[in-house]
Write a protein that binds this ligand. Structure first.
Ligand SMILES: [Zn+2]
Length: 314
């Protein structure tokens, strides 16, 4: 019972730490103004901000193998909670899952996952890839296990939090059953403050399991206030796929206002703008392909070959 009580207060703390006086759609509280209320969100203070654009200006790191995701392959016991916190839809998971390896400096306990989305299928994700923005991005948030459950300590540690970022793209042919389970619950948490219980399922079912060794790594920040410089980012290269209907359940079905508020306000475009990497290194894992220099070289050669061949045509 004590564990349950601890978890209750902890998840409340987590939720509150991700909420506060910020928004995405009004001038006085949108991401460009967060620094007024949360000084560490100010882009002039520090060069650590997230998200960033991922491009070919990165280094291959041969020590970056696939992460070990303990407990992700089985349905955990207990009960999870899906919540609309006014800024996103958050799945608060119980204890039992840990993330380690893949160049992470420690073991991390999985806390929650949440989503960022746009207003149509051409925007929504936080990180961009060569300037392209996927329609959604899922963040699995983990805190350094030695700090658990002290989230304040984790946010003050430069590597206190590890976030796994997964791009979500739209394709009618390849649907994720587990994503359906969550998206079908979205109407139950349409309004800010609403929660619904979720039966635990293997989190691996939300991941690009055939491509888990392909990712990018850099040090950055939380993408919501207080924008703590505490995050080891792992952004997977290959997206998972959902349907337009599933995407629209988020884009057209989630409000950042409470039930009964007039006027009601849809929550969309809940992504922070891109920040400069400055002197930060961005690494590609051993198996990352899309942005690797080798891949670009082949691509460039093919383009060059095509231009030569085409130039020879009448
Ligand atoms: Zn996020």
């Amino acid at each position: 019972m004590k564990i349950v009580q601890t978890l209750f207060f902890f998840t409340a703390f987590i939720t509150n730490s991700y909420t506060g006086d910020f928004c995405y759609d009004e001038e006085h509280c949108n991401p460009y103004s967060w620094g007024d209320t949360f000084p560490s969100c100010h882009p002039i203070i520090g060069e650590h901000h997230s998200p960033i654009n991922l491009d070919h200006q990165m280094s291959r790191n041969l020590s970056l193998e696939a992460l070990k995701l303990e407990g992700f392959g089985t349905a955990q016991t207990g009960e999870w909670t899906l919540k609309n916190n006014g800024h996103s839809v958050v799945l608060q998971v119980g204890l039992g899952m840990e993330v380690r390896g893949g160049g992470l400096p420690a073991d991390y306990t999985t806390l929650q996952l949440h989503f960022h989305w746009g207003s149509n299928s051409t925007n929504g994700a936080e990180h961009t890839v060569n300037g392209r923005r996927y329609p959604m991005e899922m963040h699995i948030v983990n805190m350094k296990t030695v700090h658990y459950p002290n989230l304040t300590a984790a946010m003050e540690d430069p590597t206190g939090i590890a976030v796994l970022g997964v791009f979500i793209d739209v394709a009618e042919a390849r649907l994720s059953d587990s994503f359906s389970l969550l998206s079908n619950l979205v109407p139950a948490v349409a309004y800010k403050g609403k929660t619904v219980r979720v039966k635990p399922f293997p989190l691996s079912s939300l991941l690009p399991m055939n491509n888990m060794s392909q990712y990018y790594r850099y040090h950055g920040s939380l993408t919501t206030p207080p924008c703590s410089k505490a995050v080891v980012w792992t952004v997977y290269e290959v997206p998972i796929y959902i349907s337009y209907k599933q995407l629209s359940q988020f884009v057209s079905g989630v409000y950042h206002s409470e039930e009964g508020a007039h006027p009601s306000a849809l929550l969309y475009n809940n992504f922070r703008h891109i920040h400069d990497t400055f002197s930060r290194k961005v690494y590609a894992s051993t198996d990352a392909t899309l942005l690797s220099s080798a891949n670009l070289t082949v691509h460039s050669l093919l383009l060059c070959l095509a231009s030569v061949l085409c130039a020879g045509l009448p």
